[in-house]
Write a protein that binds this ligand. Structure first.
Ligand code: DP6
Length: 349
């Protein structure tokens, strides 16, 4: 953290990955708090790199560059900085210069808000620790970054850790909070650190429904109470499966969560069907392959039509051959993205 230009007071740069939820966050309460607990893992190849420079003291002004060019996203960042100003008292005293770029294309069907707000929040948390004279390696830095990320985009709070993270109150751990995510690593069966995610692109077009509109649909959803109960049960069962290496349970819960998320959208008012015919074809082919080849493949889906095919490292060759042979015809322009569970964010010096 040093000044290169004379008028730069503080600077910080981070790489932060995107994440994919296995138990889905769907619905909010209060300010950006989740209606139910969620569990995810970070990706390795899909990340955002962001640098923040605090320029000489002034009224706050934000210059935002995305992939080298001035971007409209600056307005969303201004609003975000307003919303977190009570957490970072110094925030209104500087001009900001923020530069950001993603390792993946915008249309890749990967949650870019998670990696973007994760990276920005890590920069802000690090600067906050520096300004207040706290050690940058203090464990509280991650909690602070997670909380700040959550206020930009809920799922972003799970992106600031390596491997698996849980966000939202559950009976699993006393330390689980709605305010920030926690890292889950102790006792996880080593097999799950070899998780692979093949993102099968069905449609790279813009989202039919934004996630904030989607979350709102849960406010008076007829299945709201049962969805919350289901997520609590699924997170407990999935966590146990992660500890014991229970692949069958893992597959059962993960697919149930993905389809329940879409069931919520289909049965909300207004109703949305985000899956496409090719999404359904991919799902049935994945299930058929699991039965026939006896290889533990499964799928998860975000709020869109693309299918995340999950599998384990030991099956890599067989699964890649299966993708090439049987799935590519159902992907947009035969496109899929090869990713895996990741090592988490990285400070860039
Ligand atoms: C379906 O985190 O994108 O991907 O808090 O409004 O920014 P906001 O929503 P966002 O919602 C993600 C929903 C999801 C499931 C998940 O990631 O848990």
């Amino acid at each position: 953290m040093s000044g290169i230009e004379k008028n730069i007071h503080w600077t910080s740069k981070w790489r932060c990955p995107s994440n994919i939820a296995l138990v889905k966050y769907w619905g909010k309460h209060d300010f950006q708090k989740p209606m139910n607990p969620s569990l995810s893992f970070v990706l390795q190849n899909a990340f955002t790199e962001t640098s923040v420079e605090l320029l000489k003291e002034a009224d706050r002004k934000v210059e935002f560059y995305f992939e080298g060019a001035a971007s409209d996203f600056g307005e969303r960042i201004e609003k975000y900085l307003d919303s977190i100003s009570s957490h970072l008292p110094w925030i209104n005293k500087y001009n900001f210069r923020i530069r950001s770029h993603n390792s993946f294309p915008h249309s890749a069907g990967i949650a870019s808000s998670a990696s973007s707000f994760g990276a920005l929040a890590l920069c802000l948390a690090e600067i906050d620790f520096a300004i207040s004279g706290r050690e940058p390696d203090h464990p509280d830095l991650w909690l602070k970054a997670s909380e700040l990320a959550r206020m930009g985009s809920g799922s972003a709070c799970r992106s600031v850790y390596p491997g698996f993270a849980i966000w939202g109150q559950t009976q699993l751990f006393e330390s689980c909070r709605d305010e920030h995510a926690i890292m889950v690593y102790e006792g996880i069966h080593p097999m799950f650190y070899g998780l692979r995610d093949a993102i099968l692109m069905v449609d790279s077009g813009t989202k039919q429904v934004s996630s904030s509109v989607g979350h709102e649909l849960m406010n008076d959803h007829i299945f709201q109470r049962s969805r919350i109960a289901q997520a609590h049960q699924n997170i407990s069962e999935l966590y146990l499966a992660l500890l014991t290496g229970n692949q069958e349970k893992f597959i059962e819960v993960v697919e149930n969560e993905a389809l329940s998320l879409h069931a919520m959208m289909m049965t909300s008012n207004p109703s949305f069907i985000l899956l496409k015919p090719n999404s359904l074809e991919l799902i049935s082919r994945i299930r058929r392959f699991r039965e026939k080849a006896k290889i533990p493949v499964s799928f998860t889906i975000d709020a869109g039509p693309n299918i995340h095919l999950l599998y384990f490292k030991k099956d890599e060759l067989d699964v890649k051959a299966f993708i090439e042979r049987e799935l590519l015809d159902f992907c947009e322009n035969g496109k899929w993205i090869d990713d895996r569970i990741g090592k988490g964010p990285m400070r860039i010096t």
